[in-house]
Design a protein around this ligand. Structure first.
Ligand SMILES: Cc1ncc(COP(=O)(O)O)c(C=O)c1O
Length: 390
């Protein structure tokens, strides 16, 4: 390997939410933090160099997005996902969830309904409810260790007030990469019912062997016309603190509505370092990313084997992408409050609690395996020892 993902880098005292934020979140600093979804690896050298070079200039005034910036995004989507997008479809925002909130405001009215497929990234819920819209819970089916979309439930719940569906692909927290068949079936449902799709694809750069990320908008012209796609190098290249979100909207009517709301909120403002980082990642970061994916896949396999072989009362959903794993602690017979206390006091692990992902999250914990293998092993060993003592 050209890059060393085994190296443990000290993140304390860097204003890291995952590390330095532990005291506020858990009331202690002696946990191994496996919660916040960023990587414990430095980003690709080419991105570091671009940022340092820009920083050395010393003037950080207002900034432009040049053609080279747009071309890097267009080329990345085509090369990695076989989806041809155009410059005029692209917007940026300081974060993915602000873009979701803009979409909710642009494409629905107060009182309308928005479908989520929980357990799912909990901030979708905030974007819907804090804007006065209602949530439709199309909770996924969990069968034989795998999650599936409940299509019968979708048909039962749909009515004329349902205007939008927020898809999370690859899925946070269960690590699922939706197949072409599933996406086509879901897309047909949305087209039949005039439902706009917000497709959160922020994890699309991290997909493991035997799986392929497919942007739902790339599946047909009709789907392209009813979808807003959110992506960016934040997760894959560990740039989330720079808020490098990219939005692609092919339908000019949807774009007009999106622009109207986002201009009203002024969320299109540009960040100098984010622009440098996006272009550097997409132009020169591919070999780093491919090695990172391989390393993460190794971590995934290590973790699944560890849990299956050493923790008889605990289960794990094998992630197909992302660097988060969904661990099932229901076999311990604890309620969520007891499990939370057990995690902090006995396991000494900072988890993202399963119940925060909505329905279907009870008894689960989301575990971030985006770290050097030694840290992952340390975390798993802590869990194993605490569970054995029960
Ligand atoms: C599925 C999903 N969407 C959006 C976000 C937030 O993304 P950003 O940091 O780009 O706002 C996260 C963060 O963990 C996420 O998991």
């Amino acid at each position: 390997m050209k890059y060393n993902f085994d190296k443990v880098v000290d993140r304390w005292n860097t204003h890291s939410e995952k590390w330095d934020g532990m005291l506020e979140k858990y009331g202690t600093t002696d946990l191994l933090p496996m919660w916040e979804a960023d990587l414990d690896f430095p980003t690709a050298p080419c991105i570091q160099e671009a940022i340092v070079k820009r920083a050395e200039h010393g003037i950080y005034g207002y900034t432009l997005r040049e053609d080279s910036f747009f071309n890097s995004i267009i080329n990345w989507q085509e090369k990695r996902n076989n989806w041809k997008i155009k410059k005029e479809w692209i917007r940026n925002s300081t974060g993915t969830i602000p873009a979701v909130s803009v979409a909710v405001n642009a494409f629905t009215r107060p009182g309308d309904k928005v479908i989520i497929q929980d357990p799912v990234y909990y901030r979708f819920l905030d974007s819907i409810t804090f804007n006065g819209r209602h949530v439709v819970h199309n909770t996924m089916k969990y069968e034989n260790g795998q999650y599936h979309i409940d299509f019968d439930d979708l048909e039962k719940q749909v009515n004329s007030r349902v205007k939008m569906l927020i898809l999370c692909n690859p899925q946070n927290p269960v690590g699922k990469v939706f197949s072409k068949e599933e996406l086509i079936k879901l897309g047909e449902f949305c087209l039949r019912n005039n439902i706009i799709i917000i497709s959160d694809e922020v994890y699309s750069d991290i997909v493991f062997s035997d799986h392929k990320h497919i942007p739902i908008a790339s599946l047909s012209k009709e789907l392209e016309m009813c979808t807003v796609t959110l992506f960016g190098p934040g997760k894959g290249f560990n740039l989330s603190g720079l808020k490098p979100t990219i939005i692609a909207i092919a339908n000019p009517n949807l774009m007009e509505a999106y622009d109207f709301v986002s201009q009203g909120m002024q969320i299109l403002l540009k960040n100098t370092f984010s622009i440098e980082a996006i272009e550097a990642a997409y132009v020169g970061g591919e070999d780093w990313l491919d090695e990172c994916i391989k390393y993460l896949e190794g971590n995934r396999d290590f973790m699944v084997d560890f849990v299956k072989n050493k923790m008889p009362k605990v289960d794990i959903v094998k992630p197909e992408g992302t660097y988060i794993a969904w661990m099932d602690f229901n076999g311990l017979g604890m309620n969520d409050e007891e499990l939370e206390k057990f995690a902090v006091k006995e396991m000494k692990i900072g988890f993202k609690y399963g119940y925060t992902f909505g329905r279907g999250g009870e008894g689960f914990q989301r575990v971030n395996f985006g770290c050097p293998r030694a840290l992952l092993e340390e975390g798993l060993t802590r869990i194993e020892k605490a569970v054995k003592k029960l």
